[in-house]
Design a protein around this ligand. Structure first.
Ligand SMILES: Cc1cc2nc3c(=O)[nH]c(=O)nc-3n(C[C@H](O)[C@H](O)[C@H](O)COP(=O)(O)O)c2cc1C
Length: 367
């Protein structure tokens, strides 16, 4: 997740449970042209044994070169390609969730990445949405093209671009994609608790899940996910309401987690920037817990670890986890868009060979 899954957060989450933690999205062009911000985002924690990066790209030549750089210079072990970004400034140029409409171009990009990565034995996956809108679905073709291109797995977010993050994800589409392709499908959308992940794989036949907003302010979700999948592997029946087995930290434990998060951010980017970066996470950590408005505001303006300690000490450590929050959405939701911004004539053909889709070197908006 852009703006969230930097090296510090990936480390924090991986301390909680097994999983593959993907670096924030970086742009192919930014990487190839040596853009400083892009390069700064490619930081890995010393404990990070599997380096996983998501690339955004619209031009096969740039994507191929960027993949080569990631594998050869950064020792990356997994490359994921983003075809799910719904943001107007991206789709307007034909990027993100708009790109799979151009089937041939999609194939060219995937092949370029797979060819570069396979020289290093690195798997390439792709992440996409159902399509542009219900009248312009792309995911089944994208699955087929991914398979033909040698992609190792495809992750599907069960929404169209026009939906943004609104409504509920369509898990039936994930099931349809599972039926349609032979490669592993990873389901994505609305996993708030480990129980949701188990329900998703059972309902759809997906090989695994991708978690986005559910982990905001809740790195321990990965502990629950690892435990739930281990129980499933051990043959325990799924009907058990595993929601009742969710980790329910008291506020004191959450405060410890917040401190750890801020500390890791500070270690990676310096205390001043680290504390600034930490601010956006405060409301997610405290969601549903009792904490006064003044304290919340002060925490959201914290500028040093010492100040953070003083503020965290004011939280009531024994306050119980707000169970009413379980299973409820967190992070951005919004409402559906009126339309999806696309380049002129984009929908007229589905080929796209030779289409020039301008890639913004500094695109960082995610998916
Ligand atoms: C703040 C934020 C940043 C995101 N950045 C990315 C990104 O860089 N790449 C990507 O593929 N998806 C990104 N997403 C989308 C999520 O990965 C995920 O597909 C989507 O939120 C639906 O899953 P969820 O219901 O588990 O959140 C982002 C989502 C949010 C809320």
């Amino acid at each position: 997740m852009a703006g969230i899954t930097n090296a510090a957060y990936r480390r924090l989450c991986s301390e909680q449970g097994a999983g593959l933690y993907v670096c924030e999205m970086i742009t192919s062009r930014g990487l190839v042209e040596g853009d400083a911000t892009t390069r700064q985002m490619l930081v890995f924690d010393a404990q990070e044994s599997i380096r996983s990066v998501q690339l955004y790209g619209t031009d096969p030549a740039y994507v191929g070169k960027a993949t080569e750089i990631l594998c050869a210079e950064y020792g990356v072990d997994h490359v994921d390609l983003n075809f799910g970004c719904p943001v107007p400034k991206v789709t307007r140029k034909g990027g993100g969730a708009a790109l799979p409409w151009k089937r041939t171009l999609l194939g060219e990009i995937l092949v370029a990445a797979v060819q570069a990565a396979s020289r290093h034995g690195v798997p390439v996956t792709m992440k996409t949405r159902k399509g542009i809108d219900e009248d312009h679905l792309t995911y089944l073709d994208a699955g087929r093209i991914a398979q033909e291109s040698g992609v190792a797995a495809i992750a599907l977010h069960g929404r169209t671009a026009i939906q943004g993050y609104s409504g509920t994800a369509d898990w039936d589409a994930i099931a349809r994609l599972v039926e349609h392709v032979d490669l592993p499908v990873l389901g994505n959308g609305d996993i708030w608790e480990a129980a949701d992940a188990i329900r998703m794989v059972e309902q759809t036949g997906a090989a695994g899940v991708v978690v986005g907003r559910g982990c905001l302010g809740r790195p321990w979700l990965f502990r629950d996910l690892a435990a739930a999948f281990a129980r499933r592997l051990a043959g325990e029946v799924a009907q058990q309401p595993s929601r009742s087995r969710a980790t329910l930290p008291r506020l004191g434990e959450v405060a410890t987690m917040m401190r750890r998060h801020a500390e890791l951010l500070s270690a990676h980017m310096g205390e001043e920037r680290g504390c600034k970066e930490f601010r956006k996470h405060v409301s997610w950590y405290l969601k549903g817990f009792p904490a006064g408005g003044d304290l919340r505001r002060a925490l959201a303006l914290v500028s040093s670890l010492a100040e953070l300690d003083v503020l965290l000490a004011q939280l009531e450590p024994d306050a119980a986890f707000p169970v009413a929050e379980l299973g409820t959405p967190r992070g951005r939701q919004g409402s559906p868009r009126k339309n999806v911004a696309l380049p002129e004539g984009w929908l007229e053909d589905t080929d796209g060979t030779g289409s020039v889709v301008r890639e913004d070197a500094s695109e960082t908006t995610g998916g």
